[in-house]
Design a protein around this ligand. Structure first.
Ligand SMILES: Cc1cc2nc3c(=O)[nH]c(=O)nc-3n(C[C@H](O)[C@H](O)[C@H](O)COP(=O)(O)OP(=O)(O)OC[C@H]3O[C@@H](n4cnc5c(N)ncnc54)[C@H](O)[C@@H]3O)c2cc1C
Length: 446
């Protein structure tokens, strides 16, 4: 049987490796349009922050290892351009321009997502570089070094932009963030977003929300981002406005796409064509809390999806339950995390939400070194179910959010969650864990 995978990163290489482990007799071919496979995109901001670190250190496993040790026919520099589900072929072009055709029995589309670029003139200028692929990371590192970059304008205020601000400030580079919408972190509790804003400002980042983007121009000493009421000078401009799924290949072949143009899949990762699977950032998922389709591009979902596809191709019947959108990121000394829905999302999904925001401590009363932890929790007044949690603090946030994620997956009520037996010792939190304090407060409202 021929199993062909399009895309050689998290979802694609997870699938290819596991399929070959499951069934060494399987012919596994991976088509990857770039020269890079299996690397940690998530590590790029931290690598860029350290000029002495080599960006190549982020490669988890080199292409040759997949070929030599795992027997995977890994074809880098091979861009898939067209699928013909009728005769089960995929065709495309190599980076040298040679046309290829491959037939498959089972196909996985794991083409990921592409950065959204601002729709303004000037984005093609040298020095306007998004951060998505390892090659983007290489370009940014080289540009900062070769051009002695001192001023960067970041377009967007999402988690990648925030992580990059920290990286730039670590190199003493001026960082200005700009976006056209007026609200900084609109998905987050406003008081908690304010704490993050203060953290950014106290580390020298300048925020400019609410400025429509007009154009980027080359100037005598670099670039200018021009808005009707603001001009920002920069040596480099980093668009970080989010990503969009790479689903055209599937859509052009008549495969159904859905939310946010991602490829629609069932819980076995099958598309509308029975021989074609899709996984990772190009595919949709079920949101466990709403039961509706969602599109949340994050790494664990891609790796897990790849595994499930490999198992299903090899004859098992593996299902992925879905996502609750668990995410965590760092903003200088702060850890920011979320799982599930905020109140506005809950209302939109048809719930009757109640919410609380509490402030607790990262260590027990009188234990030295304690800092504040903020918890915002949302529950449903109709069913009593836990719907979502946001957390913020200098310590004890990043992994604590996983308790909330598990409760959301288990569809626990706030009352059940409030009864959970959580660990306590003074260096790690108060006897009533911050999550339990929030749940106890929320119980009074639902
Ligand atoms: C800077 C940064 C930081 C991040 N941090 C985090 C984090 O902290 N936590 C987290 O959970 N997630 C994080 N992510 C997101 C995470 O990296 C992605 O969710 C994950 O990489 C998705 O994996 P994927 O395999 O679906 O897609 P991708 O990693 O995008 O891989 C898709 C591959 O397909 C190839 N491809 C596309 N089209 C074709 C074609 N037509 N033919 C052949 N090959 C093709 C691409 O070249 C690419 O190699 C981060 C992303 C970035 C950019």
């Amino acid at each position: 049987m021929d199993f062909v995978v399009i895309g050689g990163d998290a979802a694609g290489m997870s699938a290819a490796s596991r399929a070959k482990r499951n069934r060494p007799d399987l012919n596994v071919t991976v088509l990857e349009k770039t020269g890079d496979v299996s690397y940690s995109a998530c590590g790029m901001p931290y690598n860029i922050a350290e000029p002495d670190m080599d960006i190549e250190d982020l490669v988890v496993r080199h292409a040759q290892v997949f070929r030599d040790k795992q027997g995977i026919n890994l074809l880098t520099g091979h861009c898939a351009e067209e699928l013909s589900p009728g005769d089960k072929t995929v065709s495309g072009r190599t980076s040298e321009g040679k046309v290829f055709h491959l037939s498959y029995d089972k196909l996985l589309i794991a083409t990921g997502a592409s950065p959204v670029m601002p729709d303004i003139p000037g984005t093609e200028l040298p020095g306007v570089i998004p951060l998505k692929t390892l090659d983007d990371g290489r370009k940014i590192k080289a540009f900062i070094k070769d051009r002695r970059v001192r001023r960067v304008v970041l377009i967007g205020m999402g988690y990648i932009a925030l992580e990059m601000c920290e990286a730039l400030r670590a190199m003493d580079i001026q960082a200005d963030m700009v976006k056209s919408r007026p609200t900084f972190l609109p998905w987050m509790n406003a008081d908690m977003a304010e704490v993050i804003r203060e953290e950014l400002e106290s580390n020298g980042v300048v925020l400019h929300p609410g400025h429509a983007l007009e154009r980027i121009e080359a100037s005598d000493d670099g670039l200018k981002l021009i808005c009707p009421d603001l001009t920002l000078d920069a040596d480099m401009i980093l668009p970080a406005m989010g990503v969009t799924p790479n689903s055209e290949l599937a859509a052009n072949a008549g495969i159904i796409t859905g939310i946010g143009n991602s490829i629609a899949v069932d819980t076995g990762l099958r598309t509308s064509d029975e021989n074609v699977f899709a996984a990772g950032d190009c595919a949709d998922a079920v949101h466990v809390v709403t039961g509706e389709k969602t599109w949340i591009p994050l790494a664990l979902r891609a790796n897990r999806g790849g595994w499930a596809v490999a198992d299903n191709v090899c004859g098992k019947d593996v299902r992925v339950h879905g996502t609750v959108g668990t995410a965590v990121f760092k903003v200088f000394d702060l850890q920011v995390a979320r799982a599930g829905l905020n109140a506005a999302e809950a209302t939109k999904a048809g719930f009757d939400p109640a919410e609380v925001m509490i402030r607790s401590r990262s260590r027990a009363h009188a234990h030295p070194g304690a800092s504040k932890i903020w918890v915002q929790m949302v529950g449903d007044k109709k069913t009593g179910c836990l719907l979502g949690v946001q957390m913020l603090g200098k310590e004890g946030v990043a992994h604590r959010i996983n308790a909330a994620a598990v409760a959301l997956h288990a569809r626990m009520t706030v009352e059940q969650f409030s009864q959970s037996d959580m660990a306590y010792a003074p260096p790690f939190g108060p006897v009533w864990d911050p999550l339990l304090t929030a749940a106890n407060q929320l119980l009074k409202k639902i």
